[in-house]
Design a binder for this molecule. Structure first.
Ligand code: AMP
Length: 250
């Protein structure tokens, strides 16, 4: 069984970003693999360790620096990588339907049995690409996975839903998007980082597989309003008075 894992390169979640009207300022900013995509890679590696899958291929769509996220996936245990290159901004111009279309082309070309993806990119927060890919391929999907079991070509997935956990199953091929509690990704060891440098990495210019449609135009980006600091009150009576007179809650 072959698995395609989609990994996106995003601004590191620990960075305080500078917001400009035209978007986040990416100049000199630390970038990293999208955390949900790292969880997807880890899950693929665990399935391979259980001998449930034979090959893991990591794919990214984006500028040349995206190769760093692929090398990270290779160091975690992916076997091969595909870099679909474009100089367009991946947090703005490479949109979910574009990504889904390109991934669908690769699935058709290389016959994968499963696509593992992050549930969401932390830069654009779309949470759409996995769903669109499943639609384009006409494959079943399970989103927000917090547990994945594969037996005899059937995937059983526990999904995190509002107020609980839902278990679904479907016959592969299919698409699964990974949630935070699915696993804790391992650290890449130094020998594995070295080994990753010699694993195969195929580069394909984006226009060989499709094009960017820019179907959504981002008209403005704003930083969230600065929150006012809280205050410590002496006792409950003062709190109630402030809630009544200042916040006018009752
Ligand atoms: P989104 O729909 O943008 O929130 O992204 C959901 C998931 O789609 C991500 O976690 C990735 O697995 C995948 N994805 C989105 N954009 C890209 C990209 N440029 N390259 C590779 N995978 C991507």
């Amino acid at each position: 069984m072959k698995v395609l894992v989609a990994v996106k390169r995003v601004v590191d979640s620990g960075i305080k970003v500078r917001v400009k009207p035209e978007g986040i300022d990416l100049q000199g900013v630390k970038m990293t693999i999208n955390p949900f995509c790292e969880i997807a890679v880890e899950e693929a590696v665990r399935l391979k360790e259980k001998k449930l899958i034979a090959e893991i291929v990591a794919v990214t769509i984006g500028p040349k620096q995206g190769a760093e996220s692929l090398r990270h996936a290779l160091a975690l245990g992916a076997d091969k990588a595909i870099h679909v290159t474009t100089e367009a901004r991946i947090d703005q111009a490479v949109q979910p339907l574009d990504v889904a279309n390109i991934l669908a082309k690769l699935v058709e070309r290389d016959n994968y049995n499963l696509v593992l993806m992050g549930k969401q990119s932390i830069d654009d927060d779309f949470n759409q690409t996995g769903q669109m890919l499943a639609g384009l391929l006409d494959w079943p999907q399970a989103t927000f996975a917090s547990n994945i079991q594969i037996t005899d070509g059937v995937a059983q997935v526990i999904r995190e839903i509002d107020g609980g956990l839902q278990t679904v199953k479907f016959k592969l091929p299919g698409v699964i998007t990974c949630d935070l509690r699915l696993n804790q990704p391992r650290f890449a060891s130094v020998p594995n980082i070295m080994k990753a440098k010699s694993k195969p990495l195929e580069t394909i210019p984006l226009d060989k597989l499709g094009k960017l449609h820019n179907s959504i135009q981002i008209t403005k980006t704003e930083a969230p309003a600065v929150r006012k600091g809280g205050a410590i009150v002496e006792n409950v009576d003062v709190l109630l008075q402030k809630l009544r007179t200042e916040a006018k809650l009752f």
